[in-house]
Design a protein around this ligand. Structure first.
Ligand code: ZN
Length: 214
């Protein structure tokens, strides 16, 4: 039986990557969806039913956008790659057509409809004001999720992978600042974040790590 990707990546980051020796380790993968995994005492923690670490389906905004699970306002519906693209397109829809056409987002993507999550994060990293404004909304939701993970798991480290592993350091700092705003008073400096270190190799290494664990 293959472990789901995010669990394998979590274990790989713990064994070989950004989270070497950090336990408990919480892992979040921001991609087409949002996967998660928990490593506790050096092993994957699956919970009673193998459902632990389903961070993508924590409800962050009741009544928010519909999620792939059928509910509304899950982290995945707010902060996955496609959700980031949708949030950027929604912000553009609110602009006057001429103003919209002149935005860096539309210039880069070619049209409003083509604006994607990677367009948003690339332009935010370059300091584009509209992109940063949209991304700050994304980061608020992601920070609430991380603060909830911190309050329930007290992880030694939260590793963020997938598209987020390639974010420019200033974007990571911006997310970290939001996390500090949302975590329990007095615990701000205890919640540590790191980008995933293994990138695309994590899947293969994760499979190996899971295999070695047996
Ligand atoms: Zn969901």
């Amino acid at each position: 039986v293959l472990e789901n990707d995010a669990n394998g990546q979590a274990l790989a980051e713990y064994r070989f990557g950004a989270g070497r020796g950090s336990s408990p380790l919480a892992y979040l993968n921001l991609g087409t969806g949002i996967g998660g995994g928990i490593v506790l005492d050096g092993r994957l923690y699956g919970g009673a039913h193998g459902l632990a670490g389903e961070f993508g389906h924590m409800i962050i905004r009741p009544g928010g956008p519909r999620c792939t699970c059928g509910r509304h306002g899950c982290l995945e519906a707010l902060c996955s790659g496609p959700a980031m693209g949708r949030r950027a397109r929604e912000a553009l829809a609110a602009l006057h057509p001429q103003e919209r056409a002149a935005t860096a987002l539309v210039q880069r993507a070619g049209s409003r409809a083509a604006v994607s999550g990677p367009d948003l994060t690339a332009l935010a990293a370059e300091g584009d004001a509209l992109s940063l404004q949209v991304l700050d909304g994304v980061f608020t939701d992601l920070a609430i999720a991380i603060a909830n993970i911190a309050a329930s798991l007290d992880p030694a480290l939260v590793v963020i992978g997938g598209g987020a592993a390639g974010w420019a350091p200033p974007l990571f700092d911006r997310l970290h600042a939001q996390v500090r705003r949302h975590c329990l008073p007095g615990t701000q400096e205890l919640v540590r974040l790191a980008p995933a270190a293994l990138g695309a190799d994590a899947g293969i290494l994760g499979g190996a790590a899971v295999f070695l664990e047996r």
